[in-house]
Ligand binder design. Sequence first.
Ligand code: FAD
Length: 399
Amino acid sequence: LVDDVVTARQSLELGLPLSAPHVAQPSHSYDYLIVGAGFAGAVLAERLATIGKRVFLCDRRPHIGGNTYDCFNEAGILVHKYGPHIFHTNSEAVFSYLSRFTSWRPYEHRVLAKVGDMLLPIPINRTTLNGLYGLELTDEAMAASFLASKAEPVEHIRSSRDVVVSQVGEHLYRTFFEGYTRKQWGLDPSELDKSVTARVPTRTSTDDRYFLDIYQAMPADGFTRLFENMLDHPNIRIETSLDYRELLKERIAPRTIFSGPIDHFFEHRFGPLPYRSLEFRHETLDTEVFQPAAVVNYPSPDVPFTRITEYKYLTGQVHPRTSISYEYAKADGDPYYPIPRPENQALYKKYEALARQRADVIFVGRLGTYEYYNMDQVVGQALSTFRKLNNSAANEKAA
Ligand code: FAD
């Protein structure tokens, strides 16, 4: 059976695209059909393969890696096709699991926001306050009391706007959050669930790291290479540029693991779940450095994009030229972010109830469970799904 299985590594060594023409298989040639080769699908493929399960992994995109896919562009610069992905986690289990497939390059992410002519650290810290208001707050206590003086009590905190205003006041809200949020979500912060900004990360120190997690690092040879290593197993067959719907008639496997959008799976029976989409304009410039940080946010409503990323900061690559991407949020297109509003959660719950009736399908990942997850959370979710599958298989055997 495994003779015709082309693993990711073999495809690459043979110079084949990871999209060999799809070959019809007899019914149930595999134990699992996994839809989506992002972190959710790939981790489950790897785990199941190592316990002897035969896995057919497909993705409708022409590559593995899902949204974390990175590749060298025409100038030879490593870029993230779907926007900047920075790995960070507090989970030792997730970090050590991924370390089987990559070595790491230590990397601490920093973000600046362009306000007028100034570039100020985000999250708001003491440097941000000093720069914006021309102050000289020299210690944490001074910064804390300044921030407290800006906060404006809101009686009933209902929306994202209420959260921010109650913590940092109207001026900081308008300067950093209002325009950015409107562009990002296509909604005013007053229309967004308070959970979107459950806590505004402000700091009274001058620590300008974007994340504070214990583990902050980038895969030394990029995310795609990490995925190639993860999926390099003879029990895994990979087909890219293949929508799972093309396989439905073939009954390729008795069980499906689905990491695409759950509402697509059920053919939008209750109507489409709202997602926010993104568009990236990638450019390569004849200069070594373009901006002073990996990411510069543009909160102003007068600028159409939300942020600019310069990839060499993330990858550590040394190159005489540099590649950047402009990021635009939009309503239509590939689903990127589930939109966190109570009515959308209610709609998702209806799909979740349908999903519970399908013992043959497991829904995972950001789109399968309609939840904004970071990479480490998706890996954690996939590892725990695997443990449950493995335990229930062991119980069935024992019974
Ligand atoms: P995906 O990576 O989206 O994979 C799902 C796959 O399913 C896709 O490849 C899709 O093509 C495939 N698929 C869908 N439908 C079908 C179908 N019908 N047939 C076949 N295949 C199908 N997380 C971080 O930890 N740090 C970051 O810095 C970070 N930055 C981000 C920046 C952006 C712009 C975005 C959008 C997300 C970011 N994330 C970040 C989150 C991260 O991208 C996700 O946590 C992770 O990629 C989710 O993995 P997944 O497998 O659930 O989904």
